[in-house]
Design a protein around this ligand. Structure first.
Ligand code: TXA
Ligand code: MG
Length: 321
């Protein structure tokens, strides 16, 4: 049996399969099977009231999972699916409570990764899938990351190579009159605004009782080794002090440094936001627990860096002014 047939067979039996997507790897189960979905929460250690995204093959399946779909939602799906955009819509009665955390809404996304798309097409149904990491860990962007997280406890990890986008999907809620950006991600806010023809409200707060999005918890995406963000000159001072105290320091910088500093390991970060995003989680995983402190130069604040800055803000323990 080939990998795809094996994956479909496991999913039909109510088992979990880790799948590659263009954003990060997901831990998938048959979205119509509450017992299968329960296994996701058990393996991740995720609180059961955190809703999961249902992954579908494309726009033709929108009406299977949502009702009262506004024209804006269809427009966005037409424009960006398959791709890294998740739409929050009113749930169809068939969506199990296990998927939505009991909320009356559902998150839907059609991933662009060819393997995920082929799997969804062959499976025919929807796949509930959060990022394939234990609750609160950094999201996985390779099959090896998933194996590092779960080992043998996940029956199958489909290897589709490194996830090219590297940060999670953009989440837009279309529940009330004005569409809202709940999580910046793989699709730029400006691109969505261009399709909508107006600005998108950004809901930064995780205190909104009605919207429970675990990616909005501040502790998310955090490596175990503390991460400090700051401008390069301040980081160099911090590095010097810590080095004098005998700490193992990793300096992650974008700006060129002419002289290397004795005793400090340096890593040059990608120049473009896209490349930076695609490397970010792998970097955090690779260097976690290898140093006493990670010092990272704050990226630019221009729009294309929105998703990266959002994840870094949550990953960082401190930010130097
Ligand atoms: O790129 C992605 O979105 C990846 C890949 C695997 O598709 N998935 C992902 O899933 O990041 P997860 O579970 O790690 O994050 C999904 C976010 C969570 O913050 C969740 O609370 C939110 O989406 N979410 C899901 N359904 C929701 C709903 N009905 N209302 C509000 N937020 C929702
Ligand atoms: Mg996640």
């Amino acid at each position: 049996m080939n990998q795809l047939d094996h994956a479909v067979a496991l999913l039909r039996q109510g088992e979990l399969v880790a799948i590659p997507t263009e954003t990060v790897y997901g831990l998938a189960a048959d979205a119509a099977n509450p017992n299968a979905v329960a296994k996701i929460f058990a393996l991740k250690g995720r609180p059961s009231d955190h809703p999961l995204i249902v992954h579908i093959a494309g726009t033709e399946q929108l009406d299977d999972w949502a009702v009262d779909i506004p024209a804006d939602a269809r427009r966005l799906a037409e424009a960006f699916w398959p791709g890294p955009l998740t739409l929050i819509l009113k749930r169809h009665p068939r969506v199990p409570d296990a998927v939505t955390g009991g909320q009356d809404t559902v998150g839907l996304r059609a991933p662009a990764h060819p393997l995920a798309h082929a799997l969804l097409t062959q499976f025919g149904g929807g796949l509930a899938a959060p990022s394939a990491n234990r609750f609160g860990h950094v999201s996985p962007t390779t099959a090896q990351h998933v194996l590092d997280e779960f080992g043998e406890s996940c029956p199958l990890v489909l290897d589709g190579g490194a996830s090219p986008v590297g940060v999670e999907s953009t989440i837009v809620s279309l529940i009330d009159d004005t569409p809202k950006l709940l999580r910046p991600g793989g699709i730029a806010r400006e691109a969505i605004e261009a399709v909508l023809g107006h600005e998108l409200e950004h809901h930064e707060s995780n205190k909104t009782a009605k919207i429970r999005a675990s990616g909005l918890l501040d502790s998310h995406y955090a490596p175990r080794t503390p991460l400090i963000l700051g401008p390069l000159p301040q980081l160099l001072e911090e590095a010097g002090r810590r080095l004098a105290d005998g700490e193992r320091v990793l300096l992650l910088h974008r700006t060129a440094i002419t002289a290397s500093i004795d005793g400090i390991t340096q890593h040059t970060l990608a120049q473009t936001a896209q490349q930076f995003a695609s490397e970010l989680y792998a970097l955090l995983r690779q260097h976690d627990r290898q140093y006493d402190i990670l010092l990272m130069e704050t990226p630019p604040s221009s729009p294309e860096w929105l998703a990266v800055n959002d994840r870094l803000k949550r990953a960082a323990t401190r930010r130097l002014p």
